[in-house]
Design a protein around this ligand. Structure first.
Ligand code: NAD
Ligand code: ZN
Ligand code: ZN
Length: 394
């Protein structure tokens, strides 16, 4: 039994104190897990665009500070709360921002991964069981002594910390022999993208696909479509430096909207005799969503939206445009039910069905987390892995 079990742990975390303010690496207190919760020591974490969007505060309704962001990680269970049966101390796990309780009506059906109790909720900042937080400050951010202040949770996970507490529905056990750095990618970006291609669009062999936005999520869509035998994968990005990586993930054609004098969808229709079978919006820009929608073939084209959009903008479509027979649907966490489906997806990745290694473009120590944010903001990284703790393998 861990000697820390049942005790408050004091450790380091990167705390967001306000929109666009550099994260502060400081000591915090992490309470023990309550009933059906798990406390995890984070080994590696990386930054997804959703962390960036929350940190910059683009969506005012989601703002809550101080907060510990981060949702893509791998770690080891330090201790579990009462009632937790499927993971135990010492298990290697990945946190998932979209949980699976296994008992609600949605979890019992195959059609959706949006668990009624633990589905992703960007507004959520407190633990479900008692409406409290498990994080608090030890001192104020200037280092002076002050009353302890609570620190909010983020996306069911909060991984920019040495220790975090999650609902057990949001913790997935992985093979301890799996490459841990790569497994962290399954916590969000790669599962989201590959799953959007496999589970949401159900890409078929010999079909054509357009991917808008070639960050980790979009490139994972491309990799998923490649693995399913798509014959043509058109990558669209305003940053030409993403094209090199795209080639590795099966992207066959590249379009930089800045090079065109016509809308992107017109170019894609020209290249594909009327439009692609599937398109994926992975930038989080509603104008791009419209282009993605119009890029598919009338009659059967299917658009999957994956990007996250700030309110109050709404879908940029005229209802009559849906009479052309193009479909549009959203995909959260690639449609994967985390506990029941990720372990076998991880196995497939380990067999090389999906390549994980190219997604890790940078590695930095935890203290350099603000530099890692900057790399993603500047479009210079896919995933920058931050090492938080040393390997603990027995
Ligand atoms: P990223 O920043 O690494 O990649 C985004 C890419 O889009 C960049 O390469 C950028 O150059 C490109 N881009 C931005 N605006 C563009 C434009 N107008 N035209 C063409 N290209 C443009 O981000 P990421 O981590 O890959 O995440 C992508 C999106 O997916 C984000 O909106 C993120 O919040 C969202 N996301 C959704 C889910 C989900 O479950 N639905 C999960 C994870 C991430
Ligand atoms: Zn993410
Ligand atoms: Zn459920």
């Amino acid at each position: 039994m861990a000697e820390t079990q049942g005790k408050v742990i004091t450790c380091r975390a990167a705390v967001a104190w306000g929109p666009k303010e550099p994260l502060v690496i400081q000591e915090i207190c992490v309470d023990p897990p309550q009933e059906m919760e798990v406390r995890v020591k984070i080994l590696y974490t990386s930054i997804c665009h959703t962390d960036l969007g929350t940190w910059t505060g683009v969506n005012e309704a989601e703002r809550a500070f101080p907060r510990i962001l981060g949702h893509e990680a791998v770690g080891v269970v330090e201790s579990v709360g009462e009632g937790v049966k499927d993971v135990k101390e010492g298990d290697y796990v990945i946190p998932t921002f979209n949980g699976e309780c296994g008992e609600c009506r949605v979890c019992k059906k195959e059609v959706s991964n949006l668990c009624e109790r633990y589905k992703v909720d960007p507004m959520k900042r407190l633990m479900v069981s008692d409406g409290g937080t498990r994080f608090s400050t030890t001192t104020n951010k200037d280092g002076g002594s002050s009353q302890s202040q609570r620190i909010y949770h983020f996306l069911n996970t909060s991984t920019f910390t040495e220790y975090t507490v999650l609902d057990s529905a949001c913790v997935v056990k992985i093979d301890p022999n799996a490459p841990l750095k790569q497994m962290s990618l399954l916590s969000c970006g790669v599962s989201t993208g590959v799953g959007a291609a496999w589970n949401t669009a159900k890409v078929k062999e010999g079909t054509t696909t357009a991917v808008f936005g070639l960050g980790s999520v979009g490139l994972a869509v491309a990799e998923g479509a490649r693995a399913r035998g798509a014959s043509r994968i058109i990558g669209v990005d305003a940053n030409a430096s993403k094209f090199e990586k795209g080639k590795l993930m099966g992207v066959t054609d590249f379009i930089n909207p800045k090079d065109l004098t016509k809308p992107v969808h017109e170019r894609i229709r020209e290249l594909t005799r009327g439009g692609v079978d599937y398109s994926f919006e992975c930038t989080g820009n509603v104008d791009v969503l419209r282009e993605a929608f119009l890029s598919t073939h009338a009659g059967w084209g299917s658009t999957v939206l994956v990007g996250i959009y700030a309110t109050p903008r709404t879908l940029p479509l005229h209802p009559m445009e849906l009479f052309d027979g193009r479909k549009i649907t959203g995909s959260v966490f690639g449609g994967f039910k985390p506990k029941s489906q990720l372990p076998s997806f991880a196995q497939q990745c380990m067999k090389g069905v999906v390549k994980l290694e190219p997604f890790i473009t940078n590695e930095l120590p935890f203290e350099k987390i603000n530099d890692a944010f900057q790399l993603l903001r500047d479009g210079k990284s896919l995933r920058c892995l931050l090492q938080i703790a040393k390997f603990l393998k027995k």
